[in-house]
Design a binder for this molecule. Structure first.
Ligand code: CP
Ligand code: NVA
Length: 309
């Protein structure tokens, strides 16, 4: 049973296959019968706009049925075990998307389920976001092959969080250069970086972790940022605002990157914090291409995982 909990669950070939399929589905967007008669559960412990709506519309347009489940209305909330929930839902559904606080809970669900489980964001990873972002990078940089993707440099400026971990993992698997700048105390964890470097040794990727945002974005084709305070860390809001202030993506920082560099953000964004409104709404920003591509990539992910279930 294939699940998608982490970028590392996919090979470089599979990632490029999913991205290419998404591009084809995007160019002829229509209702198809790829997943006729199949049902997808969507369990969300945290808010979502893009992930929940794009998966729901994707499932509908593939001929299937999306069932949105608010985690607080499931018996799990009253203490039913993950095992019993996963076993039960596997008798009704053909796949489940889960957005959860703890990555370990989604992993436990996946090992108890008899159906594919898709990570819709945890504290550790946001793989569907990053797969869609690879499509956005390929489109905007006119990249047609997986080997051409290896030539780009992506810089992440900000927090060692789910989005940056999946982005780093995608560089490690696909073989492109990745540099990341974070304030002290918010760097990516040692094990996260070690795993990425282990994969990078085989793919040819370069993984550089540093403190200076100017150094990180030097020569970059892509600058990526995300919120300073992720969902669930709200109690640290004020402390983080101070620590991350020098890490804002603004006009000045862009001067260190390539002139044709694009700016990415998974959204939702706080304009004036991690990036200025001028940059996020400016000509280099591709944030709404990213948001749109969530739909096309979800379709490709769903076909990849559910077509034989
Ligand atoms: N980028 C993203 O996952 O957005 P949502 O939280 O709105 O799903
Ligand atoms: N890092 C952010 C991503 C939101 C899509 C969070 O976890 O809140």
């Amino acid at each position: 049973m294939k699940s998608l909990l982490s970028i590392y669950d996919l090979s470089a070939q599979e990632i490029w296959g999913i991205v290419s399929l998404a591009a084809r589905l995007k160019s002829g967007r229509k209702k198809t019968a790829h997943l006729n008669g199949k049902s997808l559960g969507l369990i969300f412990e945290k808010p979502s706009t893009r992930t929940s709506v794009s998966f729901s519309v994707a499932m509908y347009e593939l001929g299937g049925f999306p069932l949105m489940l608010d985690a607080k209305n499931l018996q799990r909330k009253r203490g039913e075990s993950i095992y019993d929930t996963a076993q039960t839902l596997s008798r009704y559904l053909h796949g489940v998307v889960i957005r959860a606080f703890n990555h370990a809970d989604v992993a436990e669900f996946a090992s108890a389920a008899g159906i594919p489980v898709i990570n819709g964001l945890t504290d550790q990873e946001h793989p569907c976001q990053i797969l869609g972002d690879i499509l956005t990078i390929a489109e905007n940089k006119k990249i047609k092959t997986a080997s051409a993707l290896k030539k780009i440099k992506v810089a992440f400026v900000g927090d060692g969080n789910n989005v940056s971990y999946s982005l780093m993992a995608s560089a490690a698997v696909m073989g492109f250069s990745f540099s990341m700048a974070s304030p002290r105390g918010y760097e990516p964890g040692g094990r996260i970086v070690a795993k990425a470097r282990d994969y990078a040794a085989r793919s040819g990727a370069e993984i550089d972790i540093m403190a200076s945002p100017q150094e990180a974005v030097r020569g970059a084709d892509v600058i990526y940022t995300d919120v300073w305070t992720s969902m669930g860390a709200e109690s640290e809001l004020e402390k983080r605002k101070k620590a991350f202030k020098p890490y804002q993506v603004n006009r000045k920082l862009l001067e260190y990157a390539k002139p044709a560099c694009i700016v990415m953000h998974c959204l939702p964004a706080n304009r004036g914090e991690e990036a200025t409104a001028e940059v996020l709404d400016g000509p280099r920003s591709v944030i709404f291409d990213q948001a749109e591509n969530r739909l096309h990539i979800q379709k490709a992910i769903l076909i990849h995982l559910l077509k034989d279930v």
